[in-house]
Design a protein around this ligand. Sequence first.
Ligand SMILES: [Zn+2]
Ligand SMILES: [Zn+2]
Length: 261
Amino acid sequence: MQACMTGSITAILVSALAMTLIVGVRYLAASGFFAWLTGRVRPGLYASLRPQIGREITWSLLSAAIYGVPAGIVAWGWNSQGWTLIYSDITAWPLWYVPVSIFLYLLAQDTWFYWTHRWLHRPRVFRIAHAVHHASRPPTAWAAMSFHPFEALTLAIFVPLLVFLIPIHIVALAIVLTIMTIMGVTNHMGWEIFPRFIVKGVAGRWLITASHHQRHHADYRCNYGLYFRFWDRLCRTDTGLGSFDGESRGSSRSVSASGGR
Ligand SMILES: [Zn+2]
Ligand SMILES: [Zn+2]
């Protein structure tokens, strides 16, 4: 019994460590790639931001360790205890359910993010935790996971909890995590990667890209969403798209250190 318990604890620790490494390497690869791309597409954009980038990488790697623990525990439980509603047999659910499950995960994540994000902008919580993320002025591709450990924890627990509530195929889950990673990086990159017809078109009215999140970093009290503009529109916190012509730097200086509501 004792040996079994020790074996399980060791396996959980190994799983948490492996997940931390995966999340950390995934962050370095994704942010590194888009930072490299930024250097090609917008040469000199990050030239004066080296000290800030150093802080963004430090906070992000710390977040990777925080993300790795719940992910590692759930991965261990899935693999050895049959926990979670993650399935690997594609016939277990109808094929149409695969895209539906991806959408449900993104919608749930977006809802969680919107409301916790608004809460993180309450002055006291902002000063203690969320100010770390907003210290990136303007953010760079390295700021994707630049969170105070407390904020990182609020984000780290959500998908590991969701896999107990909503069934999802393992590949669909990988797609959700890939979308999460890429959007997290590109939304902070300091320029718009999506073509104008998407950003300014019908899709852009409902989807969040860098132009939308840039405005949050410039003006603070608006545009709290993650993937969709649904909650921002419904709660009248959507103030439209931001710009990348230096307006954000000037604007953010004039905003108080308090996160507002
Ligand atoms: Zn941000
Ligand atoms: Zn914020």
